[in-house]
Design a protein around this ligand. Structure first.
Ligand code: AMP
Length: 429
């Protein structure tokens, strides 16, 4: 049996790398005042159809629908979450979080699902670090979030991540711009593929996102939204840039950046690794969604957030040659002279763990020399050797790096090992 296509097992070394990113994400978000939240991995499909938009790639092509439930009424109702924002906003409305002090700042890190064609850096199950600030119209909060993303990548050890920023307007100015864009592409309809002609009718903005080489010159000449922002959106965008400048975030203005999801308004941004070769995959992205809370049944409330892809961060770190630190190891292995005496080894190890130490008991029935070899191979610092002296309350503690050995009273064992560990970490006092 194999893991399903488009999914991966994270074996311990890679899981440790993800764990470090998760802890870093949580630490960072906490420092910025964002509190952890969890929402279900699956929701009603309708949440995504409405919240993300049924004409988006994420819903139209990639929604991971779950065929569960007995009657037809339940079938097709569920989908695995393709992104966290819709679920979080649903929770915000459901739990009356409008009544809390605004904005509500929350963070979530976990798996997302998109039933896309798998390829490098594009999985059917992938991880995102997400933050959302709901209830602040900005522009300061926009800059706070963009800056937090750049810091996350920097803390992860990634160099030269570029953030591209745009404003995609709002319901006051976007419709007129979309009409203009439609007219522009309609004049050049001969260069459009069948799919793109369809998009011309359903969502012309997405034509700007096309990866077709033939489309690129056309896209380069298209009118830009930034030239057509209404005054309120233009002022907001100027405010975002001023706040970004104030906190020293270097960004690129990218007037053709549109995000794939319908609910975005005004600020949109994406993070990219330095150009390597071929097509560039974003490390993360986000934006403002001032209409989403209302769309999901709440009072009109602005919001903004980002989702950063942890899988791609791990890939980018490897591409930059950043070596992951070795996974944590146990410091102490408990062994004994009598191969059959697993009982004593387990008991001593259990007591040491209860005292807070990281300890493995050798539970294989094998000779002492083999047990010690195993401990050394594992990179443990100490072996605790249990033998006949236990009758007098003594064990031998062997320093596996120095090769030295000395008797220690069982009553003092945890304290002695702790002291020894501290010396291994920091050197002798
Ligand atoms: P999006 O909302 O589509 O911009 O996704 C936000 C981030 O999630 C992207 O920039 C990627 O880092 C990551 N991501 C999205 N889809 C996938 C996928 N299928 N596999 C791995 N990472 C993904």
């Amino acid at each position: 049996m194999q893991a399903p296509r488009g999914t991966r097992d994270l074996l311990p070394a890679e899981r440790a790398a993800f764990g470090r990113l998760e802890r870093s994400a949580l630490g960072l978000a906490t420092r910025y005042g964002y509190q952890p939240i969890e929402t279900p991995l699956f929701e009603q499909s309708e949440l995504f159809e409405r919240g993300v938009g049924s004409a988006t790639d994420v819903v139209e092509k990639e929604l991971f629908r779950v065929h569960a439930g007995r009657g037809d009424a339940e079938r097709e109702r569920w989908a695995l979450r393709p992104e966290p924002t819709a679920g979080i906003v649903r929770a915000y409305v459901q739990h009356g979080m409008q009544n809390l002090p605004q904005p509500v700042r929350v963070t979530l890190t976990g798996p997302m699902f998109r039933y896309d064609r798998p390829q490098a850096g594009r999985y059917r199950q992938f991880w995102q670090f997400d933050v959302e600030a709901i209830g602040d119209a900005g522009p300061g909060i926009d800059a706070e979030i963009v800056e937090m993303g750049t810091r996350f990548f920097r803390d992860a050890g990634l160099r030269e991540v570029v953030v591209r920023v745009n404003s995609i307007g709002d319901e006051a100015c976007r419709p007129a711009y979309v009409d203009r864009l439609r007219a522009y592409f309609a004049e050049n309809i001969d260069s459009l593929s069948t799919l793109e002609r369809e998009r011309l009718t359903t969502s012309p903005l997405r034509l700007l996102d096309s990866k077709e080489p033939a489309m690129q010159p056309l896209i380069a000449g298209a009118p830009t939204i930034t030239e057509h922002l209404c005054q309120a959106c233009a002022e907001h965008f100027a405010g975002v840039r001023a706040h970004l400048d104030a906190v020293g975030v270097e960004y690129e203005l990218e007037p053709r950046l549109v995000r794939g999801l319908d609910y975005y308004t005004r600020t949109a941004f994406e993070y990219f690794p330095p150009v390597i070769e071929g097509s560039q995959q974003a490390l993360g992205g986000g934006g403002r969604y001032d209409g989403l809370v209302e769309l999901l049944g709440g009072r009109p409330t602005p919001g903004i957030g980002f989702g950063l892809g942890l899988d791609r961060v791990v890939l980018a770190l490897a591409a930059q040659g950043v070596e992951p630190p070795p996974p944590p190891r146990v410091a102490v292995v408990v062994v004994s002279a009598d191969p059959a005496d697993t009982l004593t080894r387990l008991r001593v190890a259990t007591d040491l763990r209860a005292a807070g130490l990281a300890v493995r008991a050798d539970l294989a029935q094998r000779k002492l020399s083999r047990q010690l070899e195993g401990a050394a191979r594992e990179g443990a610092h100490f072996a605790v050797i249990c033998g006949d002296e236990m009758a007098n309350g003594l064990v031998q503690v062997k320093d596996l790096e120095a090769g030295t050995q000395r008797p220690v009273n069982v009553a003092d064992l945890a304290r002695e090992l702790e002291r020894g560990e501290a010396q291994h970490r920091h050197g002798p006092d």
